[in-house]
Design a protein around this ligand. Structure first.
Ligand SMILES: C[S@@+](CC[C@H](N)C(=O)[O-])C[C@H]1O[C@@H](n2cnc3c(N)ncnc32)[C@H](O)[C@@H]1O
Length: 202
């Protein structure tokens, strides 16, 4: 599988859009996807595992870090009108799809799909939901997490899903060592671990 979607702002593959039916927030919905983005044919298995363990109704400011076509951002907005969701990705096709899917599902007013640099610098998050881009490599991943996890408000929670054989346990240890808060391995299923960070440090 080509993984240029992980690294390129503009994927090389043809931007042919298609509709797929997926289950999000307990209902079947149609969303738009395209080649050149992560998991264009279905809700990724790791994302499904994460969705099963997330708190039911986030409120306040929610960040979907690495949004793809938007399954996490859309779920947050569909679950509660109290969530204001910022969805970031480096892949512009993913951002366009997330914005269009939010429109399609009637939650455009709750979802802002933004390039990372366009997120207001003073915005803090009550929740961060992410199936992070592990394959960008350890150093880049650490830099990414060090950019966003400290932006959790005190008491805020980051929920991450990571494949066990791609270093979930060492990532959990690394996050715990940063002093941002308390890390728990909340669940383990289908080869994935769900990690939760509760922000305690300022
Ligand atoms: C594992 S995919 C998850 C996509 C989507 N959340 C899902 O569950 O289907 C990780 C995403 O992170 C994006 N990404 C890679 N590097 C990034 C970065 N530096 N900042 C934000 N997103 C990034 C990739 O383009 C990809 O869409």
């Amino acid at each position: 599988m080509s993984e240029d979607h992980y690294f390129s702002a503009q994927p090389a593959s043809a931007d042919e859009r298609r509709l797929i039916t997926v289950s999000l927030a307990g209902r079947d919905v149609e969303v738009e996807t395209a080649a050149g983005i992560f998991s264009p044919g279905h809700v990724d298995l790791g994302t499904q595992v994460l969705l099963r363990h997330l708190p039911p109704a986030p409120s306040g400011e929610v960040l979907d870090l690495g949004c793809g076509w938007g399954p996490l951002a859309l779920t947050a907005a569909l679950r509660t009108a109290d969530a204001r969701v910022t969805a970031v990705d480096v892949n512009r096709r993913s951002l366009d799809l997330t914005a269009r899917n939010a429109e399609r599902l009637g939650v455009a007013g709750q979802v802002a799909a933004l390039e990372p640099d366009d997120v207001p610098a003073n915005l803090q998050f009550d929740a961060i939901w992410s199936n992070p881009p592990i394959r960008i490599g350890k150093e880049a991943l650490h830099t990414l997490l060090a950019t966003w996890l400290p932006r959790l408000a005190p008491g805020g929670e980051a929920w991450l899903v990571v494949q066990r054989n791609l270093g979930a346990d060492s990532l959990a240890r690394w996050i715990a060592d940063q002093g941002w808060g308390e890390v728990t391995k909340v669940a383990s299923a289908k080869g994935f671990r769900v990690l939760r960070l509760i922000r305690t440090a300022g």
